[in-house]
Write a protein that binds this ligand. Structure first.
Ligand code: SF4
Ligand code: SF4
Length: 452
């Protein structure tokens, strides 16, 4: 490995950790496996560990946030995506974020952390975006041990369990690491040290990943979290950690300065997030999902032109508004495509609304939300006055009433969030329901994984 790849990355190069900062952009809420140590939390300021974040941002919001960080915090050399779920379980958001950052900050080191399940599919795109560092978490290379660590693993629409799940995940991790090395990407392997489960297995893991070409190994002691299956296990003792690292060190270089950072960490390693960064993060989370979007209009599903009170699929027309100096201007109405066309209807709807950044609706199904989202149109579900919805989209004002819903892209309807994403879904964890639901109320991201 060329030594210059290490330079400037505070996680991979211990000498850099007092000089260079990293910023994690929390754009990846979903996960595609369930580790028994994982307990993802949102809006939790009191815990500092992987899988915890205050908010989830869209790629566009994340870029605005990054701009603020770059203007204020010196020596930010790395942008990483570390959850709160798995970046490759959120490929659209992850690749868009990497692409936006690469365009705006060509010298930035790009980094991400993954469980490896979907890695092989995306290595080419990661390499094209000049992603230089990838962390893959490998907790076992023996499927019998892996089966004790993973509750389930998703293979497309199928949920695998037990040994089959562990074997499948391992096969993807092996393939992913090989592909990353074939592209010259620096690979770190994270290993969550779980007493009584895999503490005697670390040598085998280190030996195998070293043979695959991995560059550095990060043995991370389990943080038992009460919301997870392994919540009652003890933390590894410092002797156990030292012994484990020494065993792994027979095969591969060890990282020993990992601070087990949050999915929204920023600054020098080990430094807490300052209040200004936290405020920036929260403020960015209530921006439109495409804040740099120059589409001027907002479409509204309404029955009488006063309230947002129509379902997306039942709306026969949309009122179209733009912003003017004195407030908001009704430009006119556009007919919705006829019903009975299946997915073609949603494609036509996206074309009809292609100059709109947002559609305000009272409710929406997952399928049309997906189509509109792919066309760059955000669907916001809300109750209240049209004026209040427009204030939110154009001016960042909070929405009225008890709830705001943002269209969910998991195909299972929408998720209800509290007033804003900044305060959304406090302390909810996934619980391993295997629904893979993607918004801020799903859990993902882990007690020991979401790490660069
Ligand atoms: Fe997914 Fe959590 Fe495991 Fe990470 S630690 S791979 S987010 S279940
Ligand atoms: Fe670096 Fe560890 Fe923090 Fe990841 S969790 S960013 S490897 S210090």
């Amino acid at each position: 490995m060329a030594e210059k790849q290490w330079i400037g990355h505070p996680c991979f190069d211990e000498k850099a950790k007092h000089i260079f900062s990293r910023v994690h952009l929390p754009v990846a809420p979903k996960c595609n496996i369930q580790c028994k140590f994982c307990d993802r939390k949102y809006d939790c300021l009191n815990e500092s560990r992987p899988g915890v974040t205050s908010v989830v941002l869209s790629p566009g919001q994340a870029l605005v946030y990054l701009d603020k960080i770059m203007a204020r915090i010196p020596n930010v050399s790395v942008m990483g995506i570390a959850g709160p779920g798995d970046p490759m379980a959120n490929p659209v958001e992850t690749l868009e974020t990497l692409s936006l950052v690469r365009k705006k900050y060509p010298d930035m080191l790009l980094c991400l952390a993954t469980n490896g399940l979907m890695l092989p599919q995306y290595v080419d795109q990661l390499a094209q975006l000049k992603t230089s560092h990838v962390t893959v978490t490998v907790n076992a290379v023996d499927p019998d041990i892996g089966s004790q660590i993973y509750a389930w693993v998703r293979d497309g629409k199928h949920i695998l369990r037990d040994r089959e799940a562990a074997e499948f995940l391992l096969s993807r991790q092996i393939e992913g690491i090989k592909l990353l090395k074939s592209k010259g990407i620096v690979v770190k392997v994270n290993f969550i040290l779980i007493p009584g489960i895999n503490d005697g297995h670390i040598s085998e893991v280190a030996k195998m990943v070293s043979s695959l070409g991995a560059d550095i190994f990060n043995c991370m002691p389990l943080i038992p979290s009460s919301g997870s299956d392994f919540g009652q296990l003890p933390s590894p003792s410092s002797e156990m950690v030292t012994t484990a690292r020494a065993a792994a060190g027979e095969y591969i270089v060890q990282m020993k300065h990992c601070a087990r950072c949050r999915a929204d960490a920023v600054g020098l390693i080990g430094q807490s997030m300052d209040e200004e960064a936290l405020n920036d993060l929260k403020n960015c989370s209530v921006l439109p999902i495409h804040p740099y979007d120059n589409r001027p209009y907002v479409a509204v599903a309404t029955m009488e032109g006063f309230l947002v009170n129509q379902h997306l699929g039942r709306a026969e027309e949309f009122y179209i508004y733009d912003k003017i100096d004195s407030g908001f201007n009704l430009k006119g109405a556009r007919k919705s495509p006829p019903t009975g066309l299946g997915d073609e209807r949603w494609k036509l709807m996206a074309e009809i609304l292609n100059d709109c950044r947002v559609v305000l609706v009272n409710a929406a199904g997952g399928r049309p939300v997906d189509f509109l989202k792919k066309a760059g149109i955000e669907v916001i579900e809300m109750d209240g006055l049209i004026e209040q919805g427009l204030e939110h989209v154009f001016n960042g004002a909070p929405l009225p009433g008890k709830r705001m819903k943002k269209g969910c892209s998991c195909g299972q309807g929408s998720q209800e969030l509290s007033l804003s994403v900044a305060t959304a879904c406090s302390s909810k964890s996934c619980g391993g329901g295997s629904s893979g639901c993607g918004g801020a109320s799903s859990g993902c991201g882990g007690n020991g994984l979401g790490c660069l």
